[in-house]
Each structure stands twice: as C-alpha cells, then as structure tokens.
Design a protein around this ligand. Structure first.
Ligand code: COA
Length: 614
C-alpha cells in the first residue's frame, strides 16, 4: 500500500495542475535514491499518544504480532461500499459558480503567499548566507537529507502578517519527509531570516513539529542554524511553559518515548540553541560552518579581552574531539547529510512488506477532485450537500454511510482514501442534538475498530439563542449531546485528521475536532473562516443599542472579516497549513500513511529513560 501510494502519487505528478505546490505534499519523483519498496499491510492501528497526555495506552499484549519478515501477508476482507451517485444539478449552478469564483481568488492569494515565503529572508540575506557564510540554503539541505524532493511541509505560511512583521515560514521549515524509506519529522532553521533567530512564532512552530513527532511516533531530525532567541522579543520567547525551554524538555521526553532524534549542526548554535544538538541522541557537525557555544567570540572579547575564532571556541573539531558534544565530524554539508541518512538506517524500524498487487490498486474518484473548488463554500449559505464533496474525495467515490436517516446534518460513514480505510465525520448543516449523538456513536465505533478518523468541518456561523421554553429544551438537549460528542472525540485514540472545508465557528468546531481537540493533523482550505462567530453575525453576541452600538458592531464585524481568513489563522499557527481542495485526497492519504508508521518500530514495549550524553 505504501509504495502503491508512492507510485500512484509519482504517476499522478505529471497530471497535477501547475499550481499544486511541490512542497505541500509528499509526492515521489525520484525513485533512484529510495530504499527498497516499503508497503503498509492493513493491520489494526495501535494507539499513538504523547507521554504528557494522561490517556491510557493500550495494552501492547493486545496488539497483534507483526509478521516480521515471515513472508506472511495479510489482506482485508473485500468491501463493496456503495457508490455515491451525487451529481451537480442545474439548481446548484449559481452556488457552484459563486464558490468557484471565490476559490479561484483564494487560490491566487495562496500562490502569492507561497512565492513570498519561498524567498526566505530576501536577496541580500541569501547572498550573505551562501557567498559570505558558504552555507547551503535550507531547501537544498532538505534535498540532500530526504529521499524525495517533495515532502509534507507543515505551516509554510506561519509567521505572515504578525504584529511584529512578516517572518517568512516563521524562520524555520518543518514537515515530514522520508529518509531511507522512514517518515521523519524535520525541523530546519532558515538562517536567511534574521540569522535563523527564534521569534515567538518560530518557537511555536518547532513545538508543533515536535508534537507531530510525538503523536505519530516519528523520528525527528533537527538542522540547526540559529542565532538563538530574537532578543527584542525575549519576554515572549523565554519565560513561559510553551516557550523556548519547552523544545529541550520535549527532546528529553521524546527520547524517553523512544522517539529517535538526530541533530545536524550546520550553522550557529548559540545560547539556547546549543542545547538542541547536545540533547539529541546523535549529532553530526559540519567543519567550519557549525559552531556550538553559549556565548560567541564577541562575548569572550568583552569579558576577557581575548580574541578567539568561532572555530576554536566551539567548532566541529573541538566538539568532536574534545567536548564530545557531537558524535560525527563532517568535512562539508553533503557529508553531514549522508551521515544523517546512515544514522536513520540504524534505527530499529522495519519497513512495511511488499503487498499483493490488488491491495495496491487505488481507485480514483468517479468525479474530478478539481470540482472541489466549486464545492468549497464561499460562506455557510453556499454549502452544498457534503456528499457531493465526498464523492470527489473517496476512492471510487464509494461511501458506506452510517445512520444515513438519522441526524442528517452530520454525515458519518466509512470510505477509503488512497487505499486507507477511514471513518469520515462531515458537517452537513447545524450540529443538532441528533447529529451530535450520531457523531458520538460513530467516533466511538471507529475507536473500537482502530479506524482513523477524518473530520470535514463546516460549522454554523452563529450560536443558538434561547428565547422560548421550547428553544430552551432543544438547546439543552443539544448541549448534552455535543458534550458527549466532544468527550468521544477527545478520548478517541486513533489518528484524527481535520480539514476545515468552510466555517470553523464556536463550540460546534470543538466537537468536529478543532485544534484544541488535538487532531494529529489539521489543515484548512483557503476559503475557510475561523472565528467565534462568522463575520456579519456579531449581533448574535452583542445586540447593538443605539447609534453608538451600531458603530461598535460594524467595527467588530469588520475585525471578524479581517481576522477570520484561513491565512490569518495559518500565519498564527492555529493549524498545520492551508491546502488546496484538489490536493486534499493526497494530503490526507499521506497523513494516514505517516500515522501508521509507528507499527514498524521494533521493541517499543521496553520502558526507557531519556538518553544521557557524556
Ligand atoms: N537577536 C536579534 N537579532 C539578531 C540576533 C539575535 N540574537 N542574532 C542576529 N541577529 C540579526 C542581526 O542583527 C542581523 O540583522 P540585519 O539583517 O537586520 O542586519 C541578522 O540577524 C543577521 O545577522 P548577521 O550577524 O549579519 O548574520 P550572520 O549569518 O553572519 O550571523 C549569527 C548570524 C546568528 C551567527 C550572528 O548574528 C550572531 O552570532 N548573533 C548573536 C547570537 C547570540 O548571541 N545569541 C544569543 C541570543 S540568546
């Protein structure tokens, strides 16, 4: 399945529209550097939980044994899910066209932002980085490190439009890519952005990438090239729990969780940054380019009057031969990434086995995913039946619906996406009491069966008010049912992926596995809106009184308009990135593949304390 997905993605590359970002998605273009085929047999999922979470881990004795090279292959029982016969009717045309116009404009914004962040810190900084400092650009580094040129990049627009300015890609690239066939999280500083210094958003992005590594139990590689904290904003970086120090805390916790971490020192590791390689399980350092010290040469001069070169003070020779802070000395960057790839191949993972040909065949939807552009709602009133959307997302447009006649404002059921069985929970109107009870039932069902969940979120634009006794009754029943669904979602231990396809408003969005409910991955379509209430609906929260009230209301609505866009959200890292509707199938397929890799780590049952260096 694994390589089937890889191959089908590879085959599809040429067919993709030219605006599909190469970095948004792990698509495999160059098979020559990859390790032998790796496939993903269909096995029940084991739970994937970060240590910090107080949820019970499944008893490993209940996990079926792996086939471990015995040659045994498993296959799923055949399924004959019904085909969704959802066709666009003439009555839908004007809604479809309005959605399409909006999606086209949103896509243009997406392309503009993508080009902007690709430039990193700008021409001068790039020249300083490559010519004066003789270092490779961050994307060239990733090209040498990863098997494929493309990878699942996380939150590329993080850092745009912040109160302290535009910080392209938050000054560091994060994502999930393959090294010798193993999916690994990477966290790579971009030193063309203010010397790779850490802004508050940089720290947030690094912590989120570590979270992804923990939730999915993925090895993590750090490419460190950073001047440490961005000093003017130190109060927002240093003191609090989820700030700078948390990166190091996580390194220890991840090590104890048996999540391998490797660090490559390919630039400055100053002050706090120095702890990243020091706490990693294995570290590689590049001669003349890498330095590790708590205070640099200017500080030494100020304190002692002594002139010292960065290399003598904390270069690769010193740390590989004297301090022992690093384990591998590399003469140049290319050699460093080669060492790192070799280190990854020493991790005790097995790769999924070759599967039967029929298991690899992935059916395409009967309708073009391009049509999702016209189904991505301009606003809540432009939402078409979500089954139209499902028929453009699922393999063969097939869907085994659950409770089709009950609580119809939520659609639940099973489908395959890129060959992976998944439980889908999709908004199809307001999350009523019946819809929430159904959602709660279905989420628990998937959890019981270890089937990953995909939430397609498009929630109602405003809260429900209580003006009459009958409304009070309806609303309190809805409240109880939504509480039940929230509990089911929060406690489900299967991988959860959320895609906001329209509105992400108010409490309904929690039950639909919003950010606070810890989905393994959360993406937004560019048309998505994220706010407490939708723009234009502020009166639902603060009914205006008099002219002054009307004025205040206009201001709030204007603010909601500005602050609810998908790009505003992504700039602040409330999600893992904006994806185009037509890429959704492939992104979700890759996420499902990634979340299954933990099955192939050997000896996870052994308890372990963090690795302590010399
Ligand atoms: N805080 C704020 N700005 C910083 C910074 C920091 N810690 N470190 C570097 N910068 C800024 C520089 O002022 C410069 O800004 P400019 O482009 O507006 O002129 C930019 O980052 C790049 O720095 P520069 O020294 O020109 O680039 P470089 O690639 O040759 O060197 C460093 C990068 C990080 C090695 C070097 O700047 C350095 O040693 N910085 C100090 C590191 C430090 O002491 N950190 C302690 C923080 S706790």
């Amino acid at each position: 399945m694994y390589s089937c997905l890889a191959r089908s993605l590879r085959c599809n590359v040429g067919a993709w529209p030219s605006y599909v970002p190469s970095s948004t998605l792990a698509v495999l273009r160059s098979p020559d550097r990859r390790s032998p085929d790796h496939h993903c047999p269909h096995r029940p999922l084991t739970s994937s939980l970060p240590l910090q979470e107080a949820r019970p881990l499944r008893d490993p004795r209940l996990t079926p044994a792996r086939s471990m090279g015995t040659g045994t292959r498993r296959k799923r029982p055949p399924s004959a899910f019904p085909v969704l016969e959802e066709k666009l009717q003439p009555i839908h045309t004007h809604v479809y066209e309005a959605n399409l116009r909006n999606s086209t404009a949103c896509q243009q914004r997406y392309v503009t932002f993508r080009e902007k962040v690709r430039k990193g810190g700008g021409e001068n900084a790039v020249a300083r980085h490559t010519q004066r400092n003789k270092k490779l650009l961050v994307r060239d580094r990733l090209r040498l490190l990863l098997d494929d040129e493309d990878f699942l990049e996380l939150s590329p627009f993080a850092g745009l439009g912040l109160p302290y300015g535009d910080i392209p890609s938050a000054g560091c690239l994060t994502g999930v890519g393959r090294i010798n066939g193993l999916w690994c999280v990477f966290i790579a500083n971009d030193a063309t952005v203010k010397g790779g210094t850490a802004y508050p958003i940089t720290v947030k992005k690094q912590l989120r990438a570590q979270d992804v590594a923990m939730q999915n139990r993925l090895p993590c590689v750090y490419l460190v090239d950073s001047g440490g904290a961005f000093l003017p904003l130190q109060s927002e970086i240093f003191p609090d729990k989820n700030q700078g120090g948390r990166t190091f805390y996580n390194e220890a916790i991840m090590s104890a969780m048996r999540i391998p971490q490797v660090s490559v020192v390919c630039g400055s590791c100053t002050a706090g940054g120095a702890y990243i390689p020091t706490m990693a399980e294995e570290a590689v350092m590049v001669h003349r380019i890498g330095t590790i010290f708590l205070g640099g040469p200017p500080l030494v001069k100020a304190a002692t009057g002594e002139e010292v070169t960065p290399e003598d003070l904390g270069g690769a020779t010193l740390h590989a031969e004297v301090s022992g802070c690093v384990d591998h000395f590399a003469w140049d960057e290319k050699e460093a990434y080669m060492y790192t790839r070799n280190i990854i191949s020493t991790l005790n993972y097995e790769l999924p086995e070759e599967e039967e040909e029929q298991g690899r065949r992935v059916e395409q939807p009967l309708h073009s995913p391009e049509e999702l552009m016209g189904l991505a709602p301009l606003n809540y009133n432009h939402s078409l039946d979500v089954k139209l959307l499902l028929s453009r997302l699922t393999d063969g447009s097939k869907f085994q619906e659950f409770k089709a006649r009950y609580g119809t404002s939520l659609v639940t059921g099973f489908a395959k996406i890129e060959g992976h069985l998944v439980g889908i929970v999709a908004s199809n109107g307001e999350l009523s009491c019946a819809a929430s009870l159904k959602g709660s039932h279905f989420v628990q069902l998937c959890d019981q069966r270890d089937v990953p969940l995909l939430f397609l979120q498009n929630t109602a634009p405003r809260p429900r008010h209580t003006h009459t006794l009958s409304q009070a009754d309806t609303n309190s029943n809805r409240l109880k049912a939504q509480g039940s669904m929230m509990s089911a979602v929060a406690c489900a231990t299967v991988p959860k992926i959320t895609v906001v396809i329209g509105g992400c408003y108010g409490a309904d969005s929690y039950a639909m596995c919003g950010r606070a409910f810890d989905p393994h991955f959360l993406f937004l379509w560019p048309n998505a809106r994220v706010s407490l209430v939708a723009p234009g609906y502020a009166a639902a929260l603060t009914p205006p009184e008099g002219e002054e009230g009307e004025g205040a209301l206009r201001k709030i609505n204007k603010r909601l308009e500005e602050e609810s866009s998908a790009f505003f959200s992504s700039g602040r890292l409330w999600d893992d990135g904006v994806i185009l509707p037509q890429d959704t199938r492939k992104v979700v397929g890759v996420c499902l593949t990634i979340s299954q890799q933990q099955r192939y780590q050997l000896s996870t049952e052994k308890t372990c304390s963090p690795m302590l260096r010399v």
